[in-house]
Every structure is written in structure tokens, then in C-alpha cells.
Design a protein around this ligand. Structure first.
Ligand SMILES: C[S@@+](CC[C@H](N)C(=O)[O-])C[C@H]1O[C@@H](n2cnc3c(N)ncnc32)[C@H](O)[C@@H]1O
Length: 391
């Protein structure tokens, strides 16, 4: 492909990504993989160049652009070498008209800016994300793992964590293949630690997904006790089994919930749990640095629905706790409606609950919980709180 044809390919892909974000379709990575599957003539350098153009355009536009061309024209206005490729030659994009509008640059969609929690540093939301590892204590110690990754550095406050530079291919390492480490952002590791799970407890990970935090809880429990991973999406939960196998955490039980009727499957667990983690579905503001296209998917209506769903999940989670048990609410969103406001609402709706100090020496106190941000903590962005059942 010529350099200009690569820009045209990026424009076509951006059109598909914009439509998919609007309609709730597949993620950008999936669309890029499909695009090149149908275009075998593109070599690895072409793919890399097109992918870079696409993600550069996605990163610089906070609001969903009108079209793929508008997204690339916006990028071209900042980068003369790209503007020069709009030359109208065969397979190239047509020249840019002097008054042609390009997508506006920015980090946060305009409508969402006033909703962000007050100390969030907007310019940190799209920075580079390192690769954080969690040593799997079921199989290894940090010293043993360090020998596999001499370049790794320690992370403050997390004795079982190591940090590698962005893009490190951990999954090709023997340590990963043997289940000695998991790739897990330090923020997620802090949330798992805040659960205070111990051997012999009954712990429910209520929004377990593919089990990233479940595996951390399993290690904290030293493989003993009852650990239930629940979710409403079968395909996500089914990805946990091979991960648990590799990690030597085969005591984990999985529980598929029926969306809207979750309490039915959970009935037998009422009043039994020492810890329930609600790692709620959310707007994902805190993970934009890994998934910048998420900004094009969120709308005020979608956010409203998420906020309602988070409250509903908290309400069916609460009865699962034994007296003295802890409900840990976590979200990788940085809007107050999904974080501090959600926790405040829960404490208003439910008597006999109190927010406990987290005391983990990281992040910033915010409302009844703690805020972690990429700009302040070099982690993904999270809000989390620990709520104890006192009565
Ligand atoms: C932020 S993700 C969880 C990530 C996961 N805990 C991890 O650490 O990898 C939120 C999860 O909540 C699940 N979910 C959405 N609605 C739910 C509901 N009503 N009950 C339980 N899980 C739900 C989603 O399917 C999704 O997997």
C-alpha cells in the first residue's frame, strides 16, 4: 500500500468504528482485524501504519466525529506529513478543502466534562499505560517472578505487583504460561486488596466478567474457602475457567445470573457472605488510556442507564452480606454519579451500613471512598468504597 492508501484505509476504518460506537457494535480492534482479514494484500507494515493512524485519530477526538474523513482531516491539520497525503492520487483521499471541517481535538467529551469528579486530571486520561503484573501467590513469590522479568520495577503499596513498560509481551513469557503472574492494573490490584479476603471466607465477586479480580481474591484466600464468581454474560464467565486452571485456583465456583432476576440464583447465599465485590458495569472513563474509543460510545442516555443499573446491583448485593461483612463497590469510571454519588445513594437507601476507611495509602479520599486516577496514581482510574454491614 502507498502511504496515501494507508490514510484512505484509516478513513474507511474510522467510518466503521464511528458507526459501531453509535450503534453499540463491535470494538475498534475487532473491526480492524476483520478489515485486514478481507485485505490479504496488506503487509504487516501497512497494518501497523493504518492502525497507528486510526488510533491517533481516535485519541485526539473526544466527541464522536461526523465521519472517518473528518477524524483524519482533524489529525492532518496538526500533522503536515499526513495532510500531504490527501493528494487525490489513485487510492488516496481527495485533497482537503481550505474550509473543510475536521474533528475538534480534546480529551473529554463536552457533555461529560462537568460530570467528572473534581480532582481528576483530564490530560492524564489518555496517557500511556504500563503493563502491571500481579504475582500469583498460589504458585510463586515476587522474588521468583522477578527472575523472569529483570526489567520490572516495584509498585508502591503493592508487594505482589511489578511494573513493565507499555506493550511488554507478558503472555509470551514462561512465567505467564505457568500461571505465576497475571496481567492486572495496579488499581485493580488495590481494589482486590481492599476486599480483605482471607482463607476460609465466603466471598462473592458479583460482576466477575472474565475474573480478573476473582483470581486476585482466590490468591488472597490461599485457595481455601468459598469463592463465587457471578455475572450475567455467559461468554465472559466462561473465559474464567482456563484462567483459573492456569492460576491453580480451581476452587472458584461460577454462577450465571439472569439479567433482571439475579436475586433468584443468589437466594441460597443470602446473609452468608463475608465479602461481596461489586465491580460494576460503568462508563469506563478510567480506562480510556487503554480504550480511547469508549468516549465515542457513551451518551447521556447510556450513562443514565448505567447509573440505574449500578444502584440496582448494589441493592441486590446488600442482602448477601452476613452481619459484619463488607460490600466493596468499585467502578472504573471517574464521574461522581457512578462513584461518590452512587455510594452516597446506597447509604441513604439502606440502614445499618457504614463506610469504612480504606487505609491503603494510595489515591485520594473522595466522598465515602477513594479515587485513583492515571494522572495522580499512575493506575487506571477507579472509584471504590468499602461498606460494612453493621446490623
Ligand atoms: C467492569 S466489568 C467487570 C470486570 C471484572 N470484575 C474484572 O476484574 O475483570 C462489569 C461486569 O458486570 C457484568 N454485569 C452487568 N450487569 C450485571 C448484573 N446485573 N449482574 C451481574 N453482573 C453484571 C458485566 O457483564 C461485566 O462483566
Amino acid at each position: 500500500m502507498t502511504p496515501a492508501a494507508r490514510v484512505q484505509a484509516a478513513i474507511e476504518l474510522l467510518d466503521a468504528i464511528i458507526a459501531s460506537a453509535r450503534d453499540g457494535g463491535p470494538a475498534a480492534d475487532t473491526l480492524i482485524a476483520r478489515y485486514f482479514k478481507e485485505r490479504r494484500y496488506a503487509g504487516s507494515r501497512d497494518r501497523r501504519a493504518v492502525r497507528d493512524h486510526v488510533y491517533d485519530a481516535v485519541r485526539r477526538a473526544a466527541d464522536r466525529p461526523e465521519s472517518g474523513r473528518a477524524a483524519m482531516v482533524g489529525l492532518a491539520r496538526e500533522r503536515a506529513e499526513i495532510a500531504a497525503l490527501f493528494d487525490g492520487s489513485p487510492h488516496a483521499p481527495a485533497p482537503i478543502a481550505p474550509d473543510e471541517p475536521g474533528a475538534v481535538s480534546g480529551a473529554v467529551p463536552g457533555w461529560l466534562t462537568p460530570l467528572l469528579a473534581e480532582p481528576v486530571e483530564q490530560d492524564g486520561l489518555l496517557g500511556r499505560a504500563p503493563v502491571d503484573l500481579r504475582v500469583n501467590r498460589l504458585k510463586a513469590t515476587p522474588d521468583q517472578v522477578s527472575t523472569f522479568f529483570p526489567e520490572a520495577v516495584a509498585i508502591d503499596g503493592l508487594p505482589d505487583a511489578l511494573r513493565l513498560p507499555e506493550g511488554w509481551p507478558v503472555e509470551q513469557s514462561d512465567a505467564w504460561k505457568q500461571g505465576l503472574v497475571e496481567v492486572q492494573d495496579a488499581g485493580s490490584q488495590l481494589i482486590s486488596a481492599a476486599c480483605g479476603a482471607e482463607a476460609g471466607m465466603t466471598v462473592i465477586d458479583l460482576c466477575a466478567g472474565a475474573g480478573g479480580k476473582t483470581l486476585a481474591l482466590a490468591a488472597a484466600m490461599a485457595g481455601r474457602g468459598r469463592l463465587i464468581a457471578a455475572d450475567t454474560i455467559r461468554s465472559r464467565l466462561s473465559r474464567l475457567a482456563p484462567r483459573a486452571e492456569r492460576a491453580g485456583a480451581t476452587f472458584i465456583e461460577t454462577l450465571l445470573l439472569d439479567q433482571g432476576h439475579e436475586a433468584r440464583a443468589l437466594d441460597g447465599l443470602k446473609g452468608r457472605a463475608d465479602v461481596v465485590l461489586v465491580d460494576a458495569p460503568c462508563s469506563g472513563t478510567g480506562t480510556w488510556r487503554r480504550n480511547p474509543e469508549a468516549r465515542w460510545r457513551m451518551t447521556p442516555a447510556r450513562l443514565d442507564r448505567l447509573v440505574q443499573e449500578q444502584a440496582r446491583i448494589l441493592d441486590f448485593a446488600a442482602p448477601l452480606l452476613a452481619p459484619g461483612g463488607a460490600l466493596v463497590y468499585a467502578t472504573c469510571a471517574l464521574t461522581d454519579r457512578e462513584g461518590a454519588g452512587q455510594v452516597r445513594g446506597f447509604l441513604k437507601r439502606h440502614d445499618g451500613w457504614t463506610a469504612e476507611p480504606l487505609g491503603i495509602g494510595q489515591g485520594r479520599d473522595h466522598g465515602d471512598g477513594l479515587l485513583l486516577t492515571p494522572g495522580h496514581d499512575a493506575t487506571d482510574g477507579f472509584y471504590f468504597a468499602r461498606l460494612a454491614r453493621t446490623a
